[in-house]
Ligand binder design. Structure first.
Ligand code: ZN
Length: 213
């Protein structure tokens, strides 16, 4: 029986395209964020509420939505007046750089300074595929429990920003914010950690600031 390892080639091909995406965006003065987190962590609600903030100039923002099959998330962006495109992977569980390259080609990015990719809800392989982003944001919620950083280290090691969402639900959980922060920082001492409730609006000003500065 023969076993061949294909991961490395797939990833190095992906990285080539990711580098191309990043160079093309940098040349146009656009910063790309890759937003990662599990299904139900509130990634899209976070984006929706951050981008509807009065300090956000919507003409300077665009969003690429990733999903398996639906266009629900792009419709949500469209409703708040954000330029958006939906990528459907037909079942594939993460976005890859070539998919985002298609999105970049299709979107009108004139005047855009911030491009945000709302990746597929998944804590595992999304973290292994660079899309060419300049910054990576990991979103987690207090209802997911404390063990996420140590169970999914790659995501937290590679994130520039970590957002702890649904802080309004803290009294109903045994989530320990300090322990979570300590675990993230043990993996990634440079991570900037934010606590918010995208639904209620708490802590959103700081998130809007790093998305738009
Ligand atoms: Zn995957």
């Amino acid at each position: 029986m023969k076993t061949i390892t294909v991961n490395k080639n797939v990833l190095s091909k992906n990285d080539e395209i990711a580098e191309r995406n990043q160079a093309a965006l940098t040349a146009r003065g656009i910063r790309m964020f890759n937003l990662l987190g599990s299904p139900g962590s509130g990634k899209t609600t976070l984006l929706e509420n951050a981008l509807a903030h009065p300090n956000v100039d919507k003409s300077k923002i665009a969003v690429i939505e990733g999903d398996l099959f639906t266009d629900f998330d792009a419709k949500r962006m469209d409703e708040i007046g954000i330029r958006t495109i939906q990528l459907n992977t037909e079942g594939a569980c993460h976005l890859e750089a070539d998919m985002v390259e298609c999105g970049i080609e299709e979107l009108n990015l004139n005047g855009v300074e911030t491009l945000i990719v709302d990746n597929i809800g998944n804590l595992v392989c999304t973290a292994s595929f660079s899309l060419g982003e300049h910054h990576r944001i990991a979103v987690t919620s207090v209802t997911e429990g404390n063990d996420k950083p140590l169970k999914y280290p790659k995501l937290f090691q590679t994130a520039d920003y970590v957002v702890i969402n649904k802080i309004d639900l803290l009294p109903f959980t045994n989530f320990d914010v300090d322990r979570f922060k300590a675990d993230v920082l043990s993996l990634n001492p440079n991570a900037k950690i934010f606590v918010c409730s995208a639904f209620k609006g708490d802590g959103m000003d700081e998130i809007v600031e790093f998305l738009t500065k």
